[in-house]
Design a protein around this ligand. Structure first.
Ligand SMILES: [Zn+2]
Length: 404
């Protein structure tokens, strides 16, 4: 199904779309295929030109190959201040792949139907960025007490990689925002905390033998499975005896193994087995204690392995770290968030976002964006027009607060 040709036709054909000001920007951003493995520069250049038309300069920070960039841009306060205080609106520009997913529409053409917009990234998370950008003329015409920053990143979906360079650059340039709003999909709920995440790869090197002679070999698959079972055991301990925070959808730390590879044939004692595992921990739970326990458990196999062959080993490679964060209720940014989305309740989520990296750089953060995480990364990803309307109301109140 094709999107209607003009915005007027869209608005006329879609109940709920009439008053929205951000639809053309949503359609524009979705039309850029910014799957994480590919360049996002076409989108970044478009946004840079859009901001330049409003007299706003952007600064870009690139990846090593200069195929991808973050964009940081500041709407100055009335008095010209561009560094002290103010708010960051943060969004990632990349999206997850569509390959292998059964889409009913072109994922890179935002399609409005039945009160929803369909397209890759409409909920995770181009709509928030588009709504924010569509309010640039309003922010500018009303004037700001404090600067307002846009922070659009690359490679969020592959480990929050790009934003780290942008945050380093912001800090180096002496820009000290008072808070950050990350527009990941929360159903426009105010989210003030998320879990941290650490991931590792475990590599077990055994010793090959004919499978009729198992005592002469070291079975890497079986040793790996012992360690995997220990991780599952620790996960049950988190569930049954661990610390809890009932504000989370999963109120305790979790651990799991997501990938395992090993062995070549049933009649060969396998030499190699590799598996990837992670912990998603409550902000006050210590992930170091977990990995120390896993290492200690694995260590008990080493002597037996070495007795068969000196080249055997068990090694752990660190893959990624994303800290957790928990912004205090009553802080300036949560108070602003409550004022902008007109609610008092707060939530906590188990998925990681860039919010924790801003938080770690002394920029207190909240998460609030249109759409729901359940639709993120799915075929036929959608967001309700009503969520877009709520997000526009949020921006309008933000303009009120920043102009007052
Ligand atoms: Zn996202």
């Amino acid at each position: 199904m094709n999107a209607p040709a003009t915005l007027e036709e869209v608005r006329a054909s879609a109940p709920g779309a009439e008053g929205l000001v951000s639809l053309d920007l949503i359609r524009t951003l979705v039309a850029f295929d910014t799957t994480s493995r590919d360049s996002n520069l076409a989108l970044i250049e478009w946004v840079r030109a859009y901001l330049a038309r409003h007299g706003i300069e952007s600064s870009l920070t690139f990846d090593d190959e200069r195929r991808k960039a973050n964009l940081f841009a500041t709407l100055p306060a009335r008095d010209g201040n561009v560094t002290d205080g103010g708010i960051v609106l943060s969004g990632h520009t990349d999206v997850v792949p569509v390959e292998g997913q059964p889409w009913d529409t072109n994922p890179f053409e935002a399609t409005i139907r039945d009160g929803r917009i369909y397209g890759r990234g409409v909920t995770d998370m181009k709509s928030f960025s588009a709504v924010g950008l569509s309010f640039v003329p309003e922010f500018l015409s009303r004037g700001l007490r404090k600067p307002l920053h846009f922070a659009l990143s690359y490679d969020e979906e592959v480990g929050c990689i790009g934003v780290r360079r942008m945050i380093d650059d912001i800090v180096a340039r002496g820009i000290r925002p008072a808070g950050c709003i990350v527009g990941e999909p929360t159903g426009m709920q105010l989210v003030v905390a998320h879990k941290g995440k650490r991931a590792w790869r475990c590599r077990v090197r055994g010793f090959e033998a004919h499978s009729s002679l198992t005592p002469h070999g070291v079975n890497a698959v079986q040793i790996a499975c012992e360690i995997v079972a220990y991780i599952a055991h620790r996960a049950r301990q988190f569930r049954d005896n661990g610390q809890r925070d009932e504000a989370y959808d999963v109120p305790y730390s979790t651990a799991h193994v997501g990938i395992i590879r090993g062995g070549t044939a049933l009649n060969i004692v396998p030499r190699d087995c590799t598996f990837d595992f992670e912990i998603r921990h409550l902000p006050f739970d210590d992930p170091e204690a977990f990995i120390a326990d896993v290492r200690a458990f694995a260590a008990q196999f080493i002597a037996g392995m070495k007795a068969v062959d000196a080249h055997t080993f068990i090694e752990f490679d660190h893959l990624s770290t994303l800290p957790g964060f928990d912004t205090e209720d009553g802080s300036e940014i949560t108070t602003l968030g409550h004022a902008c989305n007109a609610t008092d309740d707060v939530g906590k989520v188990s998925f990681g976002t860039e919010a924790s990296l801003f938080h770690a750089a002394n920029v207190p953060a909240i998460i609030c964006g249109p759409g729901h995480i359940a639709q993120a990364h799915q075929p036929n990803e959608w967001v309700e027009l009503a969520q877009i309307a709520q997000c526009e109301s949020f921006m309008r109140r933000l303009a009120d607060r920043l102009a007052a």
